[in-house]
Design a protein around this ligand. Structure first.
Ligand code: GLN
Length: 310
């Protein structure tokens, strides 16, 4: 496959250059915020930092704590969308959720109220809770397992359910997500607030390493025998416009790549036809995006000219 440049250019990326950027990122994370609204998220070491780059020719680069597992949190959202597009089709999925970016935080109840209970997009909590309720299965564990198995089979990732993280999520109740689910139930008829929330909590606690995350990303980088091209395009477009919450527009300019973040510090960028870049570093900026992850993505996309805009 030949787009701009070629895979040869990637070989110009030296391990020394990558190591130097990682060293810079390690300084930046000292100022970041470690979220503590889920107690287990606060138990991390802010110095954990890992990057995995996987190219479509099989070449990989890895730096840092690549064996450190983490919960995907919101990075699971594009994969819920991809799975449901494959299972239910475009029309059914987009009868449940919109395609509009939001300038509100990812857990905004006000946004959902303003939109009369119709979730703006699948990359924010309201949209993901609505879609979680469409997963096949009768309860949270079985729905999560269906998604986990599909993703692992198709990508070669080894995602597991992080039960300690799930217990921690449950221990705090999360009233904001409950308020979102209650509004959804009133407007669009979730099957049950409890089941939708429990499913959402389960899927956010699917966990893996940056290697697993890069494997997942590869589902959206190149034509795939078991995934429709148009579904890949839909997911990539929504990651570009909505994947970094209210900072999505800014980073569409800065990075020019479909990208998704999670509150655990996970970050995934898709370079269509070229490969996937997965980062993990738990210190977040004020929007809830990984500081080191965004810094490294910016360096990588600029120096390798990865922007989809040419
Ligand atoms: N489970 C998290 C929540 O709903 C996921 C949010 C995120 O990663 N941004 O709070």
């Amino acid at each position: 496959m030949q787009l701009k440049g070629s895979l040869k250019e990637f070989r110009a990326l030296t391990q020394a250059q990558l190591d130097a950027w990682v060293a810079q990122a390690r300084v930046m994370v000292q100022a970041g915020r470690i979220p503590d609204y889920i107690p287990r998220l606060a138990e991390v070491d802010r110095n954990w930092l890992a990057v995995q780059i996987e190219f479509s020719d099989g070449q990989t680069y890895a730096v840092g704590d690549v064996e450190q597992p983490f919960a995907l949190m919101s990075v699971i959202k594009p994969f819920v969308l991809l799975f449901l597009l494959e299972q239910l089709g475009h029309e059914t999925v987009f009868s449940q959720v919109g395609m509009q970016p939001s300038d509100q935080p990812f857990h905004s109840v006000a946004q959902l109220v303003a939109d009369q209970g119709f979730p703006r997009n699948p990359m924010i909590n309201s949209g993901a809770i609505a879609l979680a309720d469409c997963l096949p299965g009768h309860d949270g564990p079985s729905r999560c397992e269906a998604l986990r198995q599909w993703l692992n089979q198709l990508s070669g990732a080894q995602l597991v359910l992080d039960r300690e993280m799930l217990a921690s999520v449950r221990s705090v109740g999360n009233e904001t997500n409950r308020a979102i689910a209650t509004l959804l139930a009133e407007s669009s008829g979730l099957s049950s607030v409890e089941t939708a929330l429990d499913t959402y909590n389960h899927i956010c606690c699917l966990a893996g390493t940056v290697v697993d995350l890069a494997h997942l990303g590869m589902l959206m980088t190149s034509p795939h025998a078991r995934i429709s091209r148009s579904h890949q395009q839909t997911v990539n477009a929504l990651m570009l416009t909505c994947g970094l919450y209210e900072a999505s527009g800014e980073f569409a300019v800065q990075l020019g790549l479909p990208t998704k973040s999670g509150v655990s510090g996970a970050l995934l960028a898709i370079a269509p036809s070229f490969g996937a870049i997965a980062c993990y570093s738990p210190a977040l900026d004020k929007t809830g995006n990984s500081i080191a992850g965004l810094f490294l993505l910016e360096r990588l996309t600029r120096s390798l000219e990865l922007s989809i805009f040419g």
